[in-house]
Design a binder for this molecule. Sequence first.
Ligand SMILES: Cc1ncc(COP(=O)(O)O)c(C=O)c1O
Length: 306
Amino acid sequence: MVQKTKKIWMDGKFVDWDDARIHVMAHTLHYGVGVFEGIRCYKTEGGGSAVFRLKEHVDRLFDSAHILTLDIPYTAEEICQAIRKTLHVNGLTEGYIRPIAFIGEGEMGLYARSNPVHAAIAVWPWGSYLGEEGLKKGIRAKVSSFCRPHVNSAMTKAKINGYYVNSVMAKWEAVKSGYDEAVLLDTEGYVAEGSGENIFIVRNGILQTSPLTSILPGITRDSVLNIARKLDIPVKESRFSRDEMYIAEEMFFTGTAAEITPVREVDDRRVGTGKPGPVTKQIQEKFFDIVRGRDALFSHWLDVLK
Ligand SMILES: Cc1ncc(COP(=O)(O)O)c(C=O)c1O
């Protein structure tokens, strides 16, 4: 169950958590036309708190809306400010932030271009998405029978609500089959991404991730690439096949929800030693140092809450 907080920001006002409701005739409920983000805020060294890469997340929200031709009736700076305020009124110093823009009621049918666009922001405490144990020991993943849709069917640079039906089906299938997470291949059969994560492998000492061609440009993915370069770990962004995961020395998922989650097994094959490897551990440790404000070199990624 989501751990409720007090207030949700809805169209510029704060409403009680239980009153943040929408009408059953809201267009987005029927057709999935909306955009959203997932952002985390962490307690930082010295007793403060900071949102991780807030600007990049809000910019991606607006990119998603632009791709969809959805006019969010606020500026990016207004949404950033509303996020900070929502954390503040709820007294939340660590947790998850979910901004969403969606189409309300009015006309029915697909076109409905005169319906109002609403925006909302909810925040709540949320621990590690794939489990504390998963973060430490690694999880088990399975290549999904669902593909990451063709780049011309599902826009790759947008977090559009309806697209997540495919991810939800992949996740349900993986969990029902006894695994923790799904690996989706692209329509050409190469490894694309998880149901809500990007994927990294280490092979021959090189950290490798799928190129941006057919995947969501993850902000955690970008953070990991930057961290790796700073740590002098060789990186490459190039396609790889499912069996390259089987023979990888290490593998991990990245995402705002999943953070840096090691993968210890894929398709019932042990990855490397079956334990998080040295590169994964080094990057995971650096990532948590950064989000918790223990690394001055990356302090520009933190939107410190006042
Ligand atoms: C399909 C998909 N891929 C990758 C990611 C990882 O992106 P980020 O690191 O920005 O959270 C997400 C999560 O937003 C996602 O939903």
